[in-house]
Design a protein around this ligand. Structure first.
Ligand SMILES: [Fe+2]
Length: 184
């Protein structure tokens, strides 16, 4: 399974409250940001935590990042860290944004993430050379979606507006595998 769209009944309230919880100095930083006490900060939003309870995921959250970019095509990569799945909730500027999955038979190249903030949880990531990758699936990222972040992928924001997404990293464990499998 590469991705599964998720319906969140209180989505607009969640988007509003999450954006309000992000301090301005982080809100304008391009890249992947782990705010201090990120889990506690975002899970104190009742609409978000009850949505995660409904999905059966609340007990399986590793950490929560914010990803902010202006016009961007990211490198093709797989994420580092301990998570296999991430529940991504678009916050703003997401119209027309999408993610591309690729197939490849080469091993990725290890890269550092010097431009990221508080990345002790994701100290490195892995790039794939584009010439060795074949486009497989296109996933619109204008709605909440659980994605497999260990498959080669890249995200694309085709416009110059700021695009932010909340990345809820799920623990890599059999319980999460079962929950995700049952979504299909
Ligand atoms: Fe990624």
């Amino acid at each position: 399974m590469k991705y599964h769209n998720i319906v969140l009944p209180s989505l607009s309230l969640i988007q509003e409250k999450v954006q309000r919880a992000i301090p301005i100095k982080y809100d304008i930083f391009p890249g992947l940001t782990y705010l201090p006490n990120n889990k506690e900060l975002f899970l104190s939003i009742p609409e978000l935590s009850s949505a995660l309870v409904s999905l059966g995921l609340l007990d399986y959250i590793d950490c929560i990042a914010v990803n902010t970019f202006w016009k961007t095509t990211s490198p093709i990569h797989r994420d580092s860290g301990y998570s296999k799945y991430s529940l991504n909730i678009p916050l703003c500027g997401y119209k027309g944004t999408y993610l591309e999955y690729f197939t490849t038979d080469v091993e990725p190249i290890k890269k550092s993430t010097a431009s990221f903030v508080n990345t002790e949880l994701d100290p490195i990531y892995y790039d794939y050379p584009i010439e060795s990758c074949i486009l497989d699936t296109i996933v619109p990222t204008d709605c909440p979606v659980i994605i497999n972040i260990k498959q080669p992928h890249r995200f694309i924001n085709p416009h110059s507006e700021k695009r932010s997404i909340l990345l809820i990293r799920l623990r890599d464990c059999p319980e999460v595998d079962t929950i995700v499998a049952n979504l299909e």
